[in-house]
Design a protein around this ligand. Structure first.
Ligand SMILES: *[C@@H]1O[C@H](CO)[C@@H](O)[C@H](O)[C@H]1NC(C)=O
Ligand SMILES: *[C@@H]1O[C@H](CO)[C@@H](O)[C@H](O)[C@H]1NC(C)=O
Ligand SMILES: *[C@@H]1O[C@H](CO)[C@@H](O)[C@H](O)[C@H]1NC(C)=O
Ligand SMILES: *[C@@H]1O[C@H](CO)[C@@H](O)[C@H](O)[C@H]1NC(C)=O
Ligand SMILES: *[C@@H]1O[C@H](CO)[C@@H](O)[C@H](O)[C@H]1NC(C)=O
Length: 302
C-alpha cells in the first residue's frame, strides 16, 4: 500500500519534471529563434533586445573632426579644446583634431610641440597657410597616408563654428556610411542636398570618398578657389556621393550674420557658424546650457 503511494508520487514527480524540461526546452528554442529572426548580426544584439523586439543598435561609428585653423591661433585652440573636451556621444567615437599648414616661426616649433606632447590633437600638413588655394585638398587627400587608422567619416570644420557632438552623432546614426556627403547645403535657401555643395562651416564625407579624393585626378587638377565649392564640384564631376544629407535647420550661421543662412538659435542645433566674437560664443554656450552640469564643490562658487 505504502509502496504503491510512493510509486504514484514518483510518477507524478517524473511527469512534472518532464513537463518542466519540455517547457524550458521550448523557451530556449523560442529565444534562439527570436534572436535569429529579429537581429541578423548577433554581435550587435543581445537577448534583451530580442525579447523586447527593439531594433538592434547599429555598431558605434567613428568620426574624425578636423578643425582647419592656423598655427598662431593658440587661444582659439585652447578654447575649442574646452568646448569639445567636455562633449561626447554614446553612439560614436569622435576625435577632434586641429589642422594647419607647415610651421613658419621658431616659437611655433616650441609652443606647438608642447601642445602636441600634452594633447596629441594636431595635424600639420605640408603646405603654406592659405584659405582658397588647396589647403582643404591637402587635408582630405593626405589622410589615408598620414593617419594611423581609418574612420567611418571625416569632417572638415571651421574654427568659428560650434559643433554639438551628441546631436551631430545622433543625426548620423541612421544615415549611410558609404558614398556619403553631409552638411549645410549652399545656396542658403535650398533644401536639395544635390543642388551645389555643402558649406565650409562643417561638411562630412565617408571614408571611401576620402580615398577617392586621395587617388582621383579630378580633385588633384582642381584645387584653387573656394574650398567648399570645390568639394561639391569634384563629387559632381566624379559622380560621387550618391548619398547626401543637408541638415537644415540644425546647421546655420549665427543669428543676423548672414541673411538666409542665419536664423535664431534652436534646441535641436548641430552647428552654429560665424562665431567671431566672445559675446556670440557666450550667447551660444549659455543657450545650450553647456555649463549647467558643473558639480557643486567647496572649492569654488561660480
Ligand atoms: C542589451 O541591449 C540593450 C538595448 O539596446 C542595452 O541597453 C543593454 O546595455 C545591452 N546589454 C548588453 C549586456 O549588451
Ligand atoms: C612638401 O611639399 C613640397 C612641395 O610640394 C615637396 O617638395 C616636399 O618634399 C614635401 N615635404 C614632405 C616632408 O613631404
Ligand atoms: C594617397 O595615399 C597614398 C597611399 O597612402 C599616398 O602614397 C599618396 O601620397 C596619397 N596621395 C596624396 C595626394 O596625398
Ligand atoms: C588633369 O590635368 C592633366 C594635365 O593638365 C591632364 O592631362 C588630365 O587629363 C587632367 N585630368 C582631369 C581628370 O581633368
Ligand atoms: C536649458 O535649460 C533650461 C532650464 O533648465 C531649459 O528650459 C532649456 O530648454 C534648456 N535649453 C536647451 C537648448 O536645452
Amino acid at each position: 500500500m505504502q509502496a504503491k503511494a510512493r510509486f504514484t508520487m514518483l510518477r507524478r514527480q517524473l511527469a512534472l519534471a518532464t513537463l518542466l524540461s519540455f517547457a524550458i526546452a521550448f523557451y530556449m528554442l523560442f529565444i534562439i529563434y527570436s534572436i535569429r529572426v529579429k537581429s541578423p548580426p548577433p554581435s550587435s544584439s543581445n537577448i534583451t533586445t530580442a525579447l523586447t523586439g527593439a531594433a538592434p543598435p547599429r555598431p558605434r561609428f567613428s568620426l574624425l573632426v578636423g578643425i582647419l585653423t592656423r598655427a598662431d591661433k593658440y587661444d582659439r585652440r585652447h578654447f575649442l579644446r574646452l568646448v569639445y573636451g567636455i562633449q561626447s556621444s554614446p553612439v560614436a567615437d569622435i576625435e577632434v583634431k586641429f589642422v594647419f599648414c607647415s610651421l613658419t616661426k621658431p616659437e611655433q616649433r616650441v609652443l606647438v610641440s608642447l601642445e602636441i606632447m600634452r594633447f596629441n590633437d594636431i595635424i600639420i600638413l605640408n603646405c603654406s597657410e592659405n584659405m582658397n588655394s588647396g589647403k582643404t585638398y591637402t587635408y582630405l587627400s593626405s589622410l589615408p597616408r598620414i593617419l594611423p587608422r581609418r574612420y567611418d567619416y571625416v569632417m572638415k570644420a571651421d574654427d568659428d563654428v560650434f559643433l554639438r557632438l551628441e546631436p551631430l552623432a545622433r543625426s548620423l546614426e541612421p544615415l549611410p556610411r558609404l558614398d556619403f556627403y553631409y552638411g549645410f547645403v549652399i545656396p542658403c535657401g535650398s533644401m536639395n542636398p544635390f543642388v551645389e555643395y555643402m558649406s565650409g562651416m562643417g561638411f562630412l564625407l565617408s571614408w571611401d570618398i576620402i580615398e577617392w579624393i586621395n587617388q582621383s585626378s579630378i580633385p588633384r587638377n582642381d584645387t584653387f578657389g573656394p574650398e567648399d565649392k570645390l568639394v561639391g564640384r569634384w563629387l559632381n564631376l566624379g559622380k560621387k556621393a550618391k548619398n547626401r544629407f543637408s541638415n537644415k535647420p540644425a546647421m546655420y550661421d549665427y543669428p543676423g550674420t548672414n541673411g538666409r543662412c542665419s536664423h535664431d538659435l534652436i534646441p535641436e542645433t548641430v552647428a552654429v557658424h560665424k562665431l567671431k566674437r566672445w559675446d556670440q560664443w557666450l550667447h551660444v554656450l549659455t543657450f545650450f546650457n553647456v555649463t549647467k552640469e558643473l558639480l557643486k564643490s567647496n572649492l569654488y562658487s561660480v
